[in-house]
Ligand binder design. Structure first.
Ligand code: SF4
Length: 248
């Protein structure tokens, strides 16, 4: 498979090449997934395949730490396990659950989304991406996450974390606009394991959270260190990163 090599300068076959650097994608996936199984973070929304519960989690997780979301999500799902139960909720009832942890701004969004699910999709979360994107508050990332985690579809999750990892792996410069850059999007999509997209994406997110930190990447012990162009950074920078990592 070749992606527009004139414009983007990379191609995908059994390997992924960018900036004259190639990785064996099959081996990379194996290593990442094996690491992911050992370091899987069992958040409650990862232990369900309910599209509704995954959708609610992704809306809550937008710009919010997972650890903050856990108790709110648990309370929410206990009270509203499905779309029909949520459709009968009042704004005040949602406020009671969501406001305490700074999720107040999502109340109207969740109510509007629920109205859309009931009126347009018969009380079911749609599987088609364009249908998901038609719902209030559903971004490209949220639609992809729901499709991947609920139906195990090979969706690329493109956010600052995955762009950061790909940038480091391939030695590409990462800017604020990189999330919208076609080159990054195509590489991230091509890297998804088509046979195990759910496991692959969980592992990638866990790697970003637990190892490839924005400020302090813990390159020592990183499962994909051998594939990473970050290693090509000046030695001083590497040592600095490692020291920061070790100092916690
Ligand atoms: Fe991130 Fe370092 Fe691992 Fe590269 S080796 S993916 S920079 S933690």
């Amino acid at each position: 498979m070749v992606f527009d090599s004139d414009e983007t300068g990379f191609k995908v076959t059994g390997s992924i090449e960018a900036c004259e650097y190639t990785i064996d994608i099959a081996a990379f996936r194996e290593i990442l997934i094996a690491w992911g199984r050992e370091h899987f973070r069992p958040f409650p929304w990862r232990l369900t395949e309910s599209p509704f519960q995954i959708l609610i989690a992704e809306v809550m997780l937008h710009r919010t730490q997972a650890i903050q979301v856990v108790p709110v999500y648990a309370k929410f799902i206990e009270r509203y396990p499905d779309i029909r139960s949520l459709a009968g909720a009042t704004r005040e009832e949602l406020h009671e659950i969501l406001a305490s942890l700074g999720l107040r701004w999502r109340i109207d969004l969740i109510l509007d989304m629920t109205t859309g699910l009931m009126s347009q999709f018969g009380g079911e979360v749609p599987r088609e991406k364009r249908d998901l994107l038609s719902l209030p508050g559903v971004s490209d990332y949220i639609a992809s996450a729901v499709r991947c985690f609920a139906w195990n579809l090979p969706e690329a999750l493109i956010d600052t974390n995955t762009v950061r990892i790909v940038g480091r792996l391939f030695g590409l410069e990462v800017k604020d606009s990189s999330r919208r850059n076609r080159r990054f999007r195509e590489i991230i999509q091509a890297m998804v394991d088509p046979a195990r997209p759910r496991e692959y994406n969980f592992a990638l997110l866990d790697l970003a959270s637990q190892v490839c930190d924005k400020k302090k990447p813990c390159c020592i012990g990183c499962p994909v260190f051998g594939y990473c162009k970050h290693d090509a950074l000046p030695v001083a920078k590497q040592v600095a990163d490692i020291r920061k990592c070790e100092s916690g």
